[in-house]
Each structure stands twice: as structure tokens, then as C-alpha cells.
Design a protein around this ligand. Structure first.
Ligand SMILES: [Zn+2]
Length: 303
């Protein structure tokens, strides 16, 4: 897969003012249709589940209403005696169960039997990113992977939980899309940019992990050497997403599905400073094996 590593990416990072995000090795296509299908995959409701749901819903709703009332009273008492985060967490869960779970009991009963997500999402573990909240993924819609700096290791290196999640979601769940979500002010990318080459063998778990993105760091350094640290980080936040997209193609079962057109690879960038989201799709073609061509398409900027 050495040829894939020669693909180079962005030299333009001050989006959205630039008309293209990536360097000359990448071609940008227009607004082609993507394979995004958020809402059309719920399986048909089984008759036995519908019957079961109709029996349990009124009873549970009644009990839950009482439990919610009791917990609210505890919350009020705790307000003057010290905050307990788990009382509030319980309240959130009870609200979810009453308003959403029981309100859509047939759907959740179906989900209990099977999951058919169309997306695998790989996002940073940063607490501010939260793809389910920001992008509205509902239970059953996305197989979610969170790791520091939303990195995907290449196929060749050792085991990681991200690889296990990819194997299961692609081969067993047969997701149709993989979306890698990067974000602004990423601490993992700051650690990556701040590393020296000799630190890759560091005993720090953080440095050992983010060194997965060392090629993105090298590329960033090569095109942003005249810029400050913060600007280099911002560049690398997007550069690393595309390197991870290319790393996905080093997995033979991902590449095979992409080549067949049954799996699409997408990049996303959530800027929580400005409240914007940028997404793009890797335009795979077989020439990518020669390391000469890698394009993006369906680039959109949501603001
Ligand atoms: Zn991050």
C-alpha cells in the first residue's frame, strides 16, 4: 500500500473562504448525490412485538411518571444539600424512557432484535464533539467509534479497538458509509503537532496513539512551516482526516466494498468555535492504487 501513502493533501486550511480545500493531487467534483440515508432504514415492525409493546406501554408509563416525580423532588432537595450528578442523570434517563423509549416502543423493540446502521462514525473522544447530538444520529443509525483525534491506523499496524469496530461494522453490519469527524481545537492534534520525531516511541499513551497521524503531521509541517503553531494545528485537523480516509483503503475488505460501490467514505469537520460543519466524500477510482489520483466530491459546508 505504499502507493497510497504518496497521496498528498491540503495546502489550504482557511476554509470556507478558499474554493478548494485540498492540494493539486485532489480533484473536487460538484454536488453529486451521496449515499447518505439517515431515516429510511427502520425494519418493518414484527406483529408479536407490536402486541407486546401495546401491553407494556401504559403500565410502564404510569410507573415511570411516578418515578420521575419522585426523582424531581430529590433533585430539588439536593439543590440545597449538594449536587449529585447521578440524580440528574437518572432524571435524564427517565425523561428519555418516558418521552422517547415508550413513545416509540415498537421501534426500540425492533432495535432490541437487530441493528442495521447505515453509518460507521469515527469521531474524536472530545466531550464537545458528540456526533449523536450535533448530527442527530438516533439509536440504531450509526455504529459509533470515539478515539483521541479521530484517527484510523493503517491496516498493517497492531490491534486497536478502532480496527475491531471497523471489522464488525463493515463485515457484519455491512454499513454503507464511514464518516470520519474531525473538529476544531483538537487536543489530540495539538499533541501530534507538538511532538518531535523521536517522541514516537514515548511511553505516553497519548503520544503513542497520535503518532498514528505522523504522516499528516509531516505533510502539515511541509506546507505550513511559515505559520504559527495554532494554524498548523488547524491545518492538521483536516489533513489527518484525509490521511485516515486513505488509511481506510488499506483494509482489503473496505477497499473491496468501496471499489464495488457499496461503501462510501466521508470526511467531516465540526468547527464548534463558529458552529459550522463541513463534509466531503472520497471519490474512489482504481487509479488510486497508483498513488496518482484521489479526489473528493459532494463537498458541502453547513453553517
Ligand atoms: Zn479531538
Amino acid at each position: 500500500m505504499a502507493s497510497l501513502q504518496s497521496v498528498s493533501f491540503s495546502s489550504s486550511f482557511d476554509f470556507p473562504n478558499k474554493s478548494t480545500m485540498f492540494g493539486s493531487n485532489l480533484k473536487l467534483r460538484g454536488n453529486e448525490l451521496t449515499r447518505f440515508r439517515f431515516w429510511d432504514h427502520y425494519p418493518k415492525i414484527r406483529p408479536n412485538l407490536r402486541l407486546q409493546a401495546s401491553r407494556i406501554s401504559p403500565e410502564l408509563t404510569k410507573a415511570l411518571t411516578k418515578e420521575t416525580k419522585n426523582n424531581k423532588e430529590i433533585l430539588i432537595k439536593e439543590a440545597s444539600n449538594g449536587y449529585n450528578p447521578f440524580t440528574e442523570m437518572k432524571q435524564r434517563f427517565l425523561n428519555f424512557k418516558k418521552d422517547k423509549y415508550l413513545g416509540n416502543i415498537e421501534h426500540y423493540q425492533n432495535l432490541a432484535e437487530d441493528q442495521t446502521p447505515k453509518f460507521t462514525v469515527i469521531a474524536c473522544a472530545d466531550s464537545r464533539v458528540c456526533p449523536s447530538y450535533v448530527l442527530g444520529f438516533q439509536p440504531g443509525e450509526a455504529f459509533m467509534v470515539r478515539n483521541v483525534a479521530n484517527l484510523v491506523p493503517p491496516y498493517e499496524s497492531g490491534p486497536t479497538e478502532t480496527k475491531a469496530a471497523l471489522e464488525f461494522s463493515v463485515n457484519a453490519l455491512e454499513v454503507e458509509n464511514i464518516l470520519i469527524v474531525g473538529h476544531s481545537r483538537c487536543g489530540g492534534i495539538r499533541a501530534l503537532i507538538g511532538m518531535e520525531d523521536e517522541e514516537e516511541d514515548s511511553r505516553s499513551f497519548i503520544k503513542s496513539w497520535v503518532s498514528v497521524g505522523k504522516k499528516a503531521r509531516a505533510k502539515t509541517k511541509s506546507v505550513t512551516s511559515n505559520l504559527g503553531f495554532d494554524q498548523q494545528c488547524r491545518h492538521c485537523e483536516k489533513e489527518s482526516i484525509n490521511h485516515s480516509l486513505m488509511n481506510l483503503l488499506t483494509y482489503p475488505w473496505i477497499k473491496e466494498r468501496v471499489a464495488k460501490g457499496i461503501l462510501s467514505l466521508h470526511g467531516g469537520y465540526y468547527d464548534f468555535v463558529h458552529g459550522t460543519f463541513e463534509k466531503w466524500t472520497l471519490d474512489y477510482n482504481h487509479e488510486v492504487d497508483d498513488g496518482h489520483t484521489c479526489s473528493i466530491k459532494c463537498r458541502e459546508f453547513w453553517s
